[in-house]
Design a protein around this ligand. Structure first.
Ligand SMILES: Cc1cc2nc3c(=O)[nH]c(=O)nc-3n(C[C@H](O)[C@H](O)[C@H](O)COP(=O)(O)OP(=O)(O)OC[C@H]3O[C@@H](n4cnc5c(N)ncnc54)[C@H](O)[C@@H]3O)c2cc1C
Length: 163
C-alpha cells in the first residue's frame, strides 16, 4: 500500500535535491519479500534518472539469499539516506537527528549473464555514483559478478534539516 508522507513540510520534491540525496547516500537498504517474511540487505548502488524515471543498479556475488528471494518474488522496496547529524536539546523531546532520505518501490531484475552490455553499463553507473569517477569495466570483470536492476515504479524523498 502506498501512503503519502505524514509530515508534508519535510517532503522533498525538487529534482536537484533528490539527485543530491541519491549521490550522497552511497548505501541502499533493499527490502525483499522472502515467502511471508521481510528480508533487508544493505548494498552499494548506482542510479540513472531519466525524465523522472529512476533506475537503480546493484552488484554482488552470483549466489546468495537475496538472489534466491528476488527470483521467487521480484517485488522490491528500498531506502537510502544521508546528512545524518544527531542534535541535542534541553529535554529528551528536543533531541533529534537531521536526515535526507529517499524510499521507493519497484521490480528487481537479475540482468542476464549473456547481456554483458547491460552488466557493464550497470557496473559503470554503480562506480560513478559511488566515486564520482568513470571506470572502464571489462567483459571479464562483468562476468564474475551478478548485476541487479531495480526498475523503480515510484519513489518519495524527505528531509529533516537542522533547526
Ligand atoms: C554498507 C554495506 C554495503 C554493502 N554493499 C554490498 C554490495 O554492494 N553488494 C553486495 O553484494 N553486498 C554488499 N554488502 C553485503 C550485503 O549486505 C550482504 O551481506 C551480501 O550481499 C550477501 O547477501 P545475501 O542475501 O546473498 O546473503 P547470504 O550470504 O545468502 O545470507 C545468508 C544470511 O546471512 C545473513 N546476512 C547476510 N548479509 C548480512 C549482513 N550484511 N549483515 C548481517 N547478516 C547478514 C542473513 O541472516 C542472511 O539470511 C554490503 C554490506 C554493507 C553493510
Amino acid at each position: 500500500m502506498k501512503k503519502g508522507i505524514t509530515k508534508r513540510e519535510r517532503e522533498v520534491t525538487d529534482t536537484e535535491e533528490i539527485l543530491s540525496i541519491l549521490d550522497k547516500a552511497k548505501v541502499l537498504h533493499l527490502g525483499l519479500v522472502d515467502g511471508d517474511e521481510p528480508y533487508v540487505v544493505p548494498m552499494n548502488y548506482g542510479y540513472i534518472m531519466e525524465d523522472g524515471k529512476l533506475t537503480v543498479y546493484l552488484h554482488g556475488a552470483k549466489v546468495g539469499r537475496k538472489l534466491d528471494v528476488m527470483r521467487a518474488n521480484p517485488k522490491a522496496f528500498f531506502e537510502l539516506d544521508c546528512d545524518i547529524v544527531p542534535f541535542e536539546g534541553k529535554t529528551a523531546c528536543n533531541y533529534g537527528i537531521t536526515y535526507a532520505s529517499v524510499m521507493g518501490r519497484g521490480r528487481a531484475v537479475i540482468v542476464d549473464d549473456e547481456n554483458t552490455e547491460e552488466k557493464i553499463k550497470g557496473l559503470k553507473v554503480l562506480m560513478k555514483t559511488q566515486t564520482g569517477r568513470d571506470f572502464e569495466i571489462t567483459d571479464k570483470m562483468a562476468g564474475i559478478v551478478s548485476v541487479i536492476r531495480i526498475d523503480v515504479s515510484d519513489y518519495t524523498a524527505k528531509k529533516r534539516p537542522m533547526g
